[in-house]
Design a protein around this ligand. Structure first.
Ligand SMILES: [Zn+2]
Ligand SMILES: [Zn+2]
Length: 804
């Protein structure tokens, strides 16, 4: 974001296309307004973005008064309209502050100004009621992490909110998670249970107060309180409760804690026994746990951090940021079970005042020598929805933990942590949830009818579209049980109520056999549009950048149902929002055992070896040919295996299994993840393995030469890291060359990359570099995840384009 704003007639300012998170950090605070003697002028300023709502109007009013401007502010369906009158330098200062001091809950996409005639009869600045009442539907801002001002008050013993865990203001605090419905006012949030005391009411009514019209306003006299519950049912209040929880944590206990968007489970990340116990009670096997640290300095003792990652950690969204782990240093003995085998750690800073206070109390009960690191993971068993209602948490979590830190402010909409990384010159959201939801995504075109896209069964999100806005739900997890489907339905009902959307069409994934698709068919919406999985992935990128012309799309994916009934996932297509043509794909291999192959990579190794060497594999000297697996394979290969796959994820599994990185995975993608980590340890330059790109239509990307070369390398005892690195490069090289061939035939210059295998940093960076070298224009997902969390946006865009 530029830090100067030049004021010309009709100036149009466009915020960057990337995630606005970092740009929201004020670049500099303006000093006190100057007194000017210049002649008066009057301007109309139209602000677009996430700007509707009383909070933003109050911000504008305060700013205008600070710069001694008269005029008014109102919002309508196009955005916020401001008219200001004053000296030119004051208006210029006002505009600059508008951009640099934007509250974290708002984000400005564009500002348009025009000159008006001076109004003689005006002396003050007023806030006008919204023109269209209906427009209020569209306002449910995301939660925002505690701001610097509130942080200062939190630790100021003279402040009336000293050490009060529910402190918030116009720029920070809970929003999405406590709003029950619209219009956005205090009666429609879970704060209606706490009538304001006279002091809070006075702040709420005072336009010059930073808690003016803040729904979550409260204080120790009138607001919610925390209590601590352990096996003896002890019940304390606020400060005492937090210290009790900290003491128990220091003693190696597991604590359940009511975070802003749901219960979380915490324990000391340096205590191996505690972490292992947490893992067992969560039944989460090998998945890495996220960590919460008090500050960037502590993060630096664990991981390396660049400037972008640093800003991301401290942004108002406070996501979990995957960071490269430092080689084991004596400064920090992180428990091995935190993130077994991982070369990255998911780190976040405290975002709720309750977290801040807990870490502060923790600092006081443990030795000053050691870093403060807590495991902070979602309060649910793996495969279950997160607990956010107290009764439910008491029933499900209390038996698993040693104590519970709860409070009486209800969570209306559960919302788990977001995950965002810094890659290829910007931010990329991997899980879009707390801090981002429900900020609408502005579309460059209009939805012809209100519509719903349901996403896929894994990493589910749904998307509601209306007019020019797409409302993407919070991350809802894998919809593989009736309980998970119920949480999707509850969330959908909530979104429909908040945004006033009655969908007239529903888009769904073509895979016939999953709960989400079945739910789509049950819905009482006559217009149903099935969307191919990988087309939706590519469309999600097109939508982010407003691309409407055809592009070359590469979908690198674990699995998705193809139009021919096979499981696709290594696809090159020519696509726009209406249609796609599959122009190349990984050559099919059998998917032995169907779904089972996902968690048993040896099956894919067997499938690829059989393709390369025929059915007798006993002569090969590689880890896979263990007796039992081989015997099973012999049986399998005799039974009919009709399911075929072009999945790139399964090819990664196969190569991982060949390299002995586990023939079984605790979760989908674990073997491929190990392969990436191994490859990352190889620092020497490598060249691509051989492969073939066929001349048929669609072209077959044949990796048999690659598999043979890899087997040869394994037999020659070439280090695994080098093989893994070469394999990554080869895949990138193959897709880059496939794009070059598509360009030769079609003239297309633009490539869009999506799909969950592009969460692999090494592969993504390698491919982007190769494509750029070939002078392609490359686009990747930024604001929605490349995994199935972004699928619903792509489906919505395709359905809209097909209906138009
Ligand atoms: Zn604040
Ligand atoms: Zn109060």
């Amino acid at each position: 974001m530029p830090n100067s704003y030049s004021l010309r007639r009709g100036t149009l300012y466009h915020a960057p296309e990337t995630v606005p998170a970092r740009s929201r950090t004020p670049l500099r605070r303006n000093s006190a307004p100057l007194i000017h003697e210049s002649p008066l002028e009057r301007r109309r300023i139209t602000v677009q973005g996430l700007v509707q709502g009383t909070g933003f109007r109050a911000f504008i009013a305060k700013l205008a008064r600070r710069w001694s401007l008269s005029g008014h502010v109102l919002s309508d369906s196009t955005g916020v309209i401001v008219e200001v009158q004053g000296s030119e330098p004051s208006i210029e200062g006002f505009l600059e502050a508008l951009l640099t001091d934007t509250p974290p809950f708002a984000s400005v996409n564009s500002i348009n100004t025009e000159l008006l005639a001076i109004s003689a009869a005006e002396s003050e600045f007023t806030e006008m009621q919204s023109q269209a009442e209906d427009e209020r539907h569209a306002i449910v801002p995301p939660d925002s992490a505690i701001c610097a001002d509130c942080l200062r008050e939190l630790f100021d013993p003279t402040n009336r909110r000293y050490a009060y865990p529910f402190i918030s203001c116009a720029t920070c605090g809970p929003r999405f998670t406590i709003i029950e419905g619209t219009p956005e006012d205090r009666n429609h949030t879970t704060m209606h249970a706490f009538p304001m005391c006279r002091t809070c009411q006075a702040e709420y009514d005072d336009p010059s107060n930073r808690r003016y019209h803040v729904q979550a306003i409260c204080c120790p006299n009138c607001g919610p309180h925390v209590r601590f519950l352990n096996k003896e049912q002890r019940d304390d209040r606020d400060a005492v409760a937090i210290v009790a929880a900290a003491q128990l944590l220091a003693a190696g206990a597991i604590i359940a804690l009511k975070g802003p968007g749901g219960y979380q489970l915490a324990c000391d990340a340096l205590n191996e026994e505690a972490v292992r116990r947490l893992r067992q009670s969560k039944r989460s096997e090998d998945r890495p746990f996220a960590l919460m640290v008090p500050d960037v300095e502590t993060a630096l003792t664990l991981c390396t951090l660049d400037e972008g990652e640093c800003a991301l950690l401290q942004s108002a969204q406070r996501p979990i940021v995957p960071l490269t782990r430092r080689d084991a240093s004596p400064a920090c003995q992180l428990a091995p079970s935190v993130a077994p085998e991982c070369c990255t750690l998911g780190i976040m800073l405290p975002h709720a005042p309750l977290h801040t206070l807990l870490l502060d109390a923790y600092r006081r009960v443990v030795s000053a020598e050691r870093p403060l690191v807590l495991v902070m993971t979602s309060g649910s068993l793996s495969g279950e929805p997160v607990a956010y209602r107290d009764e439910d948490a008491l029933a499900r979590l209390l038996p698993l933990v040693d104590g519970m830190l709860l409070h009486d402010r209800a969570i209306h909409a559960p919302c788990e942590e977001s995950v965002v990384r810094d890659i290829a010159g910007g931010e990329q959201i991997l899980r879009r949830s707390r801090g981002y939801v429900s900020e609408p995504l502005s579309m460059p075109w209009k939805f012809p009818v209100p519509l719903l896209a349901l996403g896929g069964p894994r990493d589910n999100t749904f998307c509601l579209g209306k007019e020019r806005q797409a409302y993407l739900s919070q991350a809802l997890g894998n919809i593989e049980s009736p309980e998970m489907l119920l949480s999707l339905r509850e969330s959908l009902a909530h979104f429909q109520r908040c945004f006033g959307i009655q969908p007239e069409a529903v888009a769904y994934d073509l895979h016939p056999d999953n709960l989400v698709t079945r739910y789509a068919h049950e819905l009482d919406i006559p217009c149903k549009i099935g969307v191919q999985h990988h087309h939706a992935h590519i469309a999600s990128v097109l939508t982010e950048y407003g691309l409407t012309a055809s592009v070359i799309g590469i979908a690198a994916d674990g699995s998705g149902y193809g139009t021919d009934g096979a499981i696709w996932g290594g696809e090159v297509m020519i696509a726009d929002l209406v249609k796609f043509e599959r122009v190349a794909h990984l050559a099919y291999v059998p998917l032995p055992g169907g779904e089972q192959a996902t968690c048993q990579p040896w099956r894919m190794a067997a499938a690829y070896l059989t393709r390369a060497y025929g059915s007798d594999l006993r002569a090969l000297n590689i880890p896979f040919t263990h007796k039992m697996e081989y015997a099973t394979w012999r049986t399998l290969s005799r039974t009919a295996m009709t399911m075929q796959t072009s999945s790139l994820g399964r090819l990664f599994d196969a190569v991982a299994a060949l390299l002995g990185l586990g023939s079984h995975s605790a979760y989908e993608g674990q073997a491929a993840h190990r392969l990436e980590m191994l490859a990352a340890t190889c620092k020497q330059p490598v060249v691509s393995y051989p492969y073939a790109i066929g001349a048929e239509k669609p072209a077959q990307l044949d990796v048999v030469p690659m598999i043979k070369a890899i087997v040869n390398d394994i037999e020659q005892r070439v280090p695994g890291a080098q093989i893994a690195r070469r394999f990554h490069l080869s895949i990138a090289d193959m897709f880059a060359n496939a794009c070059a061939e598509v360009r030769a035939a079609s003239g297309l210059q633009t490539v869009a990359l999506s799909g969950d295998i592009f969460q692999n940093r090494l592969l993504l960076e390698e491919l982007v570099a190769l494509l750029k070298k070939l002078s392609f224009q490359v686009y990747i997902n930024r604001r929605v995840p490349p995994n199935d969390g972004g699928l619903s946006l792509g489906q919505a865009a395709i359905a809209a384009a097909q209906l138009r």
